[in-house]
Design a protein around this ligand. Structure first.
Ligand code: SF4
Ligand code: SF4
Length: 81
């Protein structure tokens, strides 16, 4: 999964771009639910939030390191495939 750092400026462009509805408005900044973030595996070649974020504040989450096959399994779980 990816996560949003405190550099987030609450611009709201990433939330609708996420194919898994993993992004939401948190108390201070936007947040990513690691149970829903597949790093866009299964949907797109690149993480859409990273592509669209104007301040480049969405790195990989060191607390949720996953392989490509982990992410694909999550995609299948979420989409019921
Ligand atoms: Fe959503 Fe993809 Fe960003 Fe994860 S990487 S939060 S799935 S847009
Ligand atoms: Fe924050 Fe970037 Fe999302 Fe904007 S696109 S709300 S700056 S994480």
């Amino acid at each position: 999964a990816l996560f949003i750092t405190d550099e987030c400026i609450n611009c709201d462009v990433c939330e609708p771009a996420c194919p898994n509805e993993a992004i939401s408005e948190g108390d201070d900044i936007y947040v990513i639910d690691p149970d829903l973030c597949t790093e866009c595996v299964g949907h797109f070649d690149e993480p859409q939030c990273v592509v669209i974020c104007p301040v480049d504040c969405i790195p990989k989450d060191p607390d949720h390191v996953e392989t490509e096959s982990d992410l694909l399994a999550k995609y299948k779980r979420i989409t019921g495939q």
